[in-house]
Ligand binder design. Structure first.
Ligand SMILES: Cc1cc2c(cc1C)N(C[C@H](O)[C@H](O)[C@H](O)COP(=O)(O)O)c1[nH]c(=O)[nH]c(=O)c1N2
Length: 219
C-alpha cells in the first residue's frame, strides 16, 4: 500500500498540530465509536517482542477525577518547592492538568509479565516494555488530534494515588494519566513555550553525524 501525497500531508499536519492540552476542554462526551477508533490506533503501536503490554483504564466518574485532582494538587505543591526564585513563581502560574474539566481520563499501564519472563528484544534492555506502552500513548495522542480531540499528559501525580483509586495491582506499572476531550481550540505553540518556560530547540541541535557531539544553544 502506497501513501498518497495528500495522506502524507495529513499525517504531518496531525504531528505538527498535536498539542498537550490542559485547558479549554469541552464537556461534550466522546462518542463510543470515536473512542474505539482511538483505542484501536493505540493498540496498533509497536511493542517489544509484540508483547502489547499496555492496558487502558477509562475514567469518567467525576468523584474519582476529583480525588485524582487532589493527588495532583499535593504533588504539584511538592514540585513547586523544587524550583527556586522566579522559576518557582512562574511554575506556580502554569496550568498543568485538566483532570476535572476533561470528560475522560485514561490511565495507561504496563503489564511487565504479560508474555514473560523472557521477552524477545527485552533481554538486554529490560525497560523496553515500558517504552512500548509509551508508543501506544503517542499513537493515542495522534489519533486524538486526527479526531480533533485534545489530550494532556499529567505526570505530576504519585502512582499510589492512581493505584488505590483505580485498583491497579502492584505488579502492574503505571505509565500515564491522560486527560481527553474536545477542545475550544488547538494552540499553535506549546503552552510551556507561550508561558516563557522553555522553547523548541532547533532541530539541527539534536542531530549528530557519526558520533555524539556536545552542542550548546542559547536558552
Ligand atoms: C512523559 C510526559 C509527561 C508530561 C508531559 C509530556 C510527556 C511526554 N506533559 C506535556 C509537555 O509539557 C508537552 O508535551 C511539551 O511542553 C510540548 O508541548 P506540546 O506537547 O507540543 O503541546 C505534561 N504537561 C503538563 O501540563 N503536565 C504534566 O504533568 C506533563 N507531563
Amino acid at each position: 500500500m502506497t501513501i498518497t501525497e495528500n495522506e502524507r500531508d495529513a499525517v504531518y499536519k496531525t504531528i505538527f498540530s498535536r498539542r498537550d492540552v490542559r485547558r479549554e476542554f469541552k464537556s461534550t462526551p466522546i462518542p463510543k465509536t470515536v473512542l474505539e477508533r482511538m483505542l484501536l490506533a493505540a493498540h496498533h503501536a509497536p511493542s517489544v517482542g509484540f508483547m502489547q503490554p499496555w492496558d487502558f483504564i477509562l475514567v469518567s466518574d467525576q468523584d474519582t477525577k476529583a480525588k485524582i485532582k487532589q493527588g495532583f494538587l499535593q504533588a504539584h505543591a511538592e514540585a513547586a518547592e523544587l524550583f527556586q526564585g522566579d522559576r518557582q513563581e512562574k511554575y506556580k502560574t502554569l496550568k498543568l492538568e485538566g483532570i476535572e474539566e476533561a470528560p475522560l481520563g485514561i490511565c495507561v499501564t504496563c503489564d511487565r509479565e504479560r508474555t514473560g519472563p523472557v521477552v524477545l528484544g527485552r533481554t538486554a534492555k529490560p525497560e523496553m516494555d515500558l517504552f512500548s506502552s509509551v508508543c501506544a500513548i503517542q499513537n493515542l495522542w495522534l489519533a486524538a488530534r486526527a479526531e480533533n480531540i485534545g489530550l494532556g499528559w499529567v505526570s505530576i501525580l504519585h502512582d499510589q494515588v492512581l493505584r488505590d483509586l483505580l485498583k491497579i495491582p502492584d505488579n502492574i506499572e503505571i505509565i500515564a494519566y491522560l486527560c481527553i476531550g474536545y477542545v475550544e481550540a488547538f494552540q499553535d505553540t506549546p503552552d510551556l513555550e507561550k508561558a516563557g518556560w522553555l522553547s523548541r530547540r532547533p532541530v539541527e541541535s539534536v542531530i549528530h553525524h557519526g558520533v555524539w557531539q556536545e552542542k550548546t544553544i542559547g536558552e
